[in-house]
Design a protein around this ligand. Structure first.
Ligand SMILES: C[S@@+](CC[C@H](N)C(=O)[O-])C[C@H]1O[C@@H](n2cnc3c(N)ncnc32)[C@H](O)[C@@H]1O
Length: 242
């Protein structure tokens, strides 16, 4: 499938990061290969440049969608490199990003330096986190708990948002842990599971007074087909019903 994926529309990344787009791509490839080596993921294929473009453009678009809502403060949960946060920082918005993995946080800090951006990266366990800044816009891109078998990170993030009336931008996780298989290129299952999750989460958020929008994040061309790989739910509560 990968070889049939011919084109990723990188327009939002190029618009936001301009001359730094190549640095972002190069960093991501180096990051992926280091992680791979550190985790002895020898069976994992080399990170294909098109896949890197897909990941980055989707993350930048998530940050851009949040920026359009002009958050007074945002926090990205389980951020990894925190590309949505860096997108917001580049667009002039203030916020923070955290992950439980110190190694990933170090990578994030290095990337921020490379892009000449300031970002508050911290090592925090989401199990013990709630926003400390009023009106925090919570961002969760493909959240997944380190103990995936016993915890549901997406549910936890939804609970925190609903409990405090915080706005939320979430891209559900795509990994099918039962099959232990990255479904990014298994269109039918992926589309079904992601759409299903977005529908479920939107409906729960709406029951709690949120206005929700679901976005097809990144249409890409695979062979002769236009396929959507990611969906995001953006949920906001109007100030008078909080
Ligand atoms: C699937 S990755 C997604 C990373 C990033 N958001 C992205 O889309 O590239 C899930 C991330 O959640 C982090 N994580 C797992 N359990 C966590 C926890 N309890 N608290 C904070 N972060 C956690 C992992 O270290 C990992 O970076």
């Amino acid at each position: 499938m990968v070889e049939n994926l011919v084109k990723v529309d990188m327009s939002v990344t190029k618009y936001v990061f301009g001359d730094y787009t190549e640095a972002l791509l190069d960093f991501y490839i180096a990051y992926f290969n280091e992680i791979k080596k550190a985790n002895s993921l020898d069976g994992t294929p080399e990170m294909d440049r098109i896949l890197v473009e897909l990941e980055i453009e989707s993350s930048v678009r998530l940050g851009y969608l949040v920026a359009e809502r002009k958050p007074s403060f945002y926090t990205e949960v389980g951020c990894g490199l925190g590309i949505p946060s860096l997108t917001l920082a580049k667009l002039g918005f203030d916020g923070a990003a955290f992950d439980i993995n110190p190694n990933l946080i170090n990578f994030g800090k290095r990337l921020a330096r490379e892009l000449r951006l300031f970002m508050r990266y911290t090592v925090v366990d989401a199990d013990y986190w709630t926003p400390s800044v009023p009106d925090t816009f919570i961002i969760a891109e493909k959240p997944r708990h380190k103990n995936d078998e016993t915890q549901d990170m997406e549910k936890r993030v939804l609970d925190i948002a609903i409990g405090g009336g915080y706005s939320l931008a979430m891209v559900p996780y795509l990994w099918d842990s039962e099959r232990g298989d990255n479904l990014i290129f298994s269109r039918t299952v992926l589309y079904k599971s992601v759409v299903e999750k977005c529908r479920l989460y939107s409906s729960r958020l709406e029951q709690h007074g949120y206005k929700t929008h679901t976005f097809d994040m990144l249409p890409v061309t695979v062979g002769s087909l236009d396929v959507v790989f990611f969906q995001a739910v953006i949920a906001e509560k109007s100030k008078d019903v909080r």
